[in-house]
Design a protein around this ligand. Structure first.
Ligand code: SAH
Length: 392
């Protein structure tokens, strides 16, 4: 594991680690606005409307946010525009890499001292960003480090988008060894429950997928939104007519166990949540990804594999098994490999397409369920929750 250069946490920023200010939403940023909104912001500053497109091209098209690099703009204009439309939202506190530079985790401090993490994962044919949608998480899943810390606040649209734009810049610099320089995929599998921050996440998806200079120009199909199963929000998502991939964190095929592993199941049961997921698949024509962390002697029994197989057989669904990643103080661990293999075998026998997710980022606590920036101390950044690659 390599620890990359760090912006030191200086004693004059004590709130970065020890005392926290009350969480508050950040200043407005270009990425919060569509192009029309940027035009009115720019004219409000006394600049001609076409400047909106120029500054958007710098940010989304060239991944540039530093006024000094915007040489097509008069100096006074660029200072005024960047001060108003490109406030600093994310300050990197620590960057860690593993897998010979192919996996990189960044810990950010937000303007109010809240901490979040993002993970960049390089593959031979693609680069994926795993981003956070909330600081902390209110869903309280007992096996997830982020779930243990509670919710601090929702991220703004621009705080979400800026993670991706920043990581796209890292990829473009050639820093992700053995991968193409263009970031092409985004998974909402970092900290937080994306559908609990619904309007901002949807707006962020729109920004990420609008063509430059309005947005980053990614394909909707290359974006995955993962949820614990907030059924009304899943239904709202169906109505948006987007073609993003939906991932459902199921983790148990029966209500007794799922009530415990994913507490929101006490509100929306397995049958209801799967119905919503299948309806999403029918509407988009895209397979839903069923996430299932295999926990030794908890949810890995052959009968549960068979039950899951019956629930998913013949449906537009794919199972992603995640070997449980260790989290601080957890009493649980991953299933032994033979148990995992038998689970896979039974699902496939039922005709359900199944893969086991790689455990990218484990060494740097950047894997699924390990992101928990709230535990940061001066000496070490505790993990937060996010490896995450959906096998397509
Ligand atoms: N809140 C959303 C987005 C987070 S995605 C959701 O739950 O879907 C992170 C994924 O990692 C989820 O599927 C989550 O259940 C899973 N996960 C959490 N803790 C984990 C752990 N310790 N090991 C493996 N997977 C874990």
């Amino acid at each position: 594991m390599t620890i990359l250069p760090v912006i030191p946490i200086s004693p004059d920023q004590p709130d970065a680690v020890t005392t926290r200010r009350r969480p508050s939403m950040p200043p407005r940023h270009l990425a919060d606005l569509d192009l029309a909104g940027r035009r009115s912001a720019v004219t409000g500053l006394g600049e001609p409307a076409f400047r909106a497109k120029q500054i958007s091209t710098h940010y989304f098209g060239r991944l540039v946010r530093d006024a000094a690099e915007m040489t097509d703009l008069p100096a006074a204009t660029r200072d005024r525009l960047t001060a108003d439309l490109l406030p600093t939202l994310l300050t990197p506190l620590r960057e860690q890499a593993c897998d010979e530079g192919a996996t990189r985790k960044t810990l950010w401090r937000l303007h109010d001292g809240a901490l979040v993490e993002s993970v960049l994962m390089g593959y031979p044919d693609r680069v994926t960003a795993c981003v956070s949608s909330q600081a902390g998480c209110g869903m309280a899943c007992p096996f997830c480090a982020t779930g243990q810390q509670g919710l601090t606040r929702n991220l703004s649209v621009a705080e979400i988008v800026d993670q991706v734009v920043y990581l796209a810049g890292v990829a473009a610099s050639g820093a992700v060894t053995g991968s193409p320089p263009r970031l092409s995929r985004v998974v909402f599998m970092g900290m937080g429950e994306p559908l609990a921050n619904y309007p901002r996440v949807i707006e962020a998806v729109r920004r990420l997928t609008s063509p430059a200079p309005e947005g980053l120009g990614l394909s909707q199909r290359h974006i995955t939104v993962s949820t614990v199963g907030l059924v009304p929000a899943m239904r709202r998502l169906i109505a948006e007519q987007l073609s993003v991939t939906l991932a459902l964190s199921l983790h148990a095929p029966d209500d007794d166990l799922r009530d415990e592993l994913v507490p929101v199941n006490q509100r929306w049961k397995v049958a209801e949540v799967l119905d919503a997921a299948f309806d999403y698949a029918a509407q988009t024509g895209r397979r839903v990804s069923i996430e299932y962390a295999l926990i030794r002697d908890v949810n890995d029994q052959p009968w549960r594999a068979d039950l899951l197989g019956r629930l998913l057989s013949g449906k537009l669904a794919h199972v992603n098994l995640i070997p449980l990643n260790p989290t601080p103080g957890s009493k649980w661990d991953a299933s032994p490999k033979p148990v995992e293999r038998e689970f896979v075998r039974r699902l496939r026998e039922a005709g359900v397409s199944t893969t086991v997710r790689d455990t990218r980022g484990r060494e740097i606590d950047g894997a699924c369920g390990q992101l928990a920036a709230g535990e940061l101390t001066h000496a070490s950044a505790g993990g937060a929750a996010a490896d995450a690659e959906v096998a397509q």
